[in-house]
Unconditional design. Sequence first.
Lengths: 106, 455
Amino acid sequence: MNPELEIGLYIFMLSGFLGYHVITRVPPLLHTPLMSATNAISGISLIGSLVVAGADYSRLSTILGFIAVTCSATNVVGGFLITDRMLRMFKKGAPTAKDAKGPSRS
Amino acid sequence: MTALSYFYIVSAVLFIFGLKGLSHPKYARRGMFLAELGMLMAVVGTLFHHEIVSFRWIIVGLAIGTVVGGAMGWWIPMTAVPQRTALSHSLGALAATLVGISEYVRHGILLGRVKMAAIGLEVVIGGLTFTGSVMAAAKLQELLPGAPITYKGQNRFNFALLASITGLLVWLVWQPSASAAFYFLVGLALLFGFLLVLPIGAADMPVVIALLNSYAGLADASMGFVLMNKIQIITGSLDGASGFLLSILMCRAMNRSAVNVLFGAFGKVEVAAGPEKEAKGAVRSIVAEETAVLLESATSVIIVPGYGLAVAQAQHGVSELANLLTKRGIDVKYAIHPVAGRMPGHMNVLLADANVPYDHLYEMEQINPYFAEADLALVVGANDVTNPAAKTNKSSPLYGMPILEVERAKSIIVLKRSMRPGFAGVDNELYYNPKCMMLFGDAKDSLNKLFAALK
């Protein structure tokens, strides 16, 4: 097996497990921001697209790379912005006496 | 190892901390700040990549992306977040597909089997996610009808298409120089994504968005394999795992398998399976003024918002009503079913947007014990998720679906347009419960009337 591929597959597998466990702990309350956050983070494809757009491999590559840069940058900027907008909305209410207790067993 | 590699390692760590922050609303913003920092580092670091010789198109692309993304991020209303998410899956997938094509064109015959397989997967997953997500966004934006679009032999055709895609992919790995096959493969993948989402109804969108999220992650990861970019493998894998987990959660909440969602064309199939029409007792209808009296005499109220509330955009009305009740010393809680809304967690965002504090929002497992002692359950636009048949009636298509145990409240008021069944096409036994009263009409309208009557 190609050693680079081997390392890549290990990384893929391990981060998959890591992701599963980190994300299991995200409460359903934040599932929508979670999705837009992972969306923004996976906009990291921007770094691959940057090289394709700037390396002058061929005219076609530059055009495809340019479109890819535009798409990924949109995802990064839009994704992080809307995630923050949503997270800012989540506010705790004024504590009331009843809130703290569980269902009373009367 | 270049300096850039160190940048990427730090970025990866920051991304993981960022996602970890989302485990509590208190740390979530700080977490996202870390993730943003990670992204900035990775991007700025990459600009010093030795292969980059011209910045012209990079700058133009970044500028357009920032403006479009900024506009999408700032001005999109919270009700449109599902569409935006679907659209952004499609953009990410498009980027992966285009980079895949560019790599194929650049290396062509020189590609080894491993690289070819990675590029093949990249364009297939990327392509189908692109068109699939565009379709999903169009359905969510109601540019296309929300009802499932089906035709005869649909599943057979889709399977045949999937088989041809797999066949072509295998052949290309064998014979990377077959460029006609490559472009044909891209075309088929695009067609497949389109056809895959065509038969899926609006009610199933939470599952579909989560699945597409997972695919977008996988497309990103395969792009990482093509460019041997490890941070991209990491983020792609994280994204893939996240989407996968969310789709499992959504499927479980709807009591259906992913296969059933994708190939079942729900709604269409199930409507036929409802022949059990026995006498179930009378339905009691109520007017807003009476409802207001009931609300006023209650000491604890649980509000059950559902998809119908999102459709009627009645979240602000609900929030105002709840505020009024709280001011009069009535305890108000919200019961949120996992599939309320149009994407995972959507209802929470809609209510947060309407200034409902998040500690008033209760998940299904948390709230169910409270119903027994609630004086009143107010169901707004939710149907199937409150049907007691899911627990008691083994022959019901809903049987086994986790529900909000509304029927245990002392009295129940349902705000609903008509007696039309929900997406599962089954009658809701709840409505025939002697404790249950129906307030017919548009949710937003009814809430306004309630508000006026209470004032």
